[in-house]
Design a protein around this ligand. Sequence first.
Ligand code: DQA
Length: 149
Amino acid sequence: MPKPIFVLSGPNLNLLGVREPDIYGHETLLDIQARCSRRAAEFSMTVEFRQSNHEGVLIDWVQEARTAASAMVINPAGYGHTSVALLDALKTLAIPVIECHLSNPAAREDFRRHTYVSLIAAGVVSGFGGASYELAVEAAAGLVGAVRA
Ligand code: DQA
């Protein structure tokens, strides 16, 4: 079995389902975790799915991924727009990184149009709600050479 795809979610995403549902939808993060696990299984892969509201914790997990993950999907949430430290951690990874967002930040406020994560991401999936995560997992599986079982 290959190493898991780390799927990391940043601040406030634990509130999915109740947080601004007009923007982020009604699915919970648990629902999205189930979708990601199912999609990864189609490629005989697994996901390590985690969420934190804390920048340092996310950075620790990125560092852990250096040896424990085959690829990374990250929704950095607000930290994508602000965190040079998260970018620096991601730059240490030799594995592919896919950025994902539930909403389409480019169609929202100006300050959401830039993310530091995009500087190192192999690609970005935005605007499809929970499906953004699933599509990002599929893209990550493809980038590590996994094929549909
Ligand atoms: C988000 C978009 C960010 O701008 C925002 O800060 C979030 C969620 C998204 O998934 O659409 O918290 O990353």
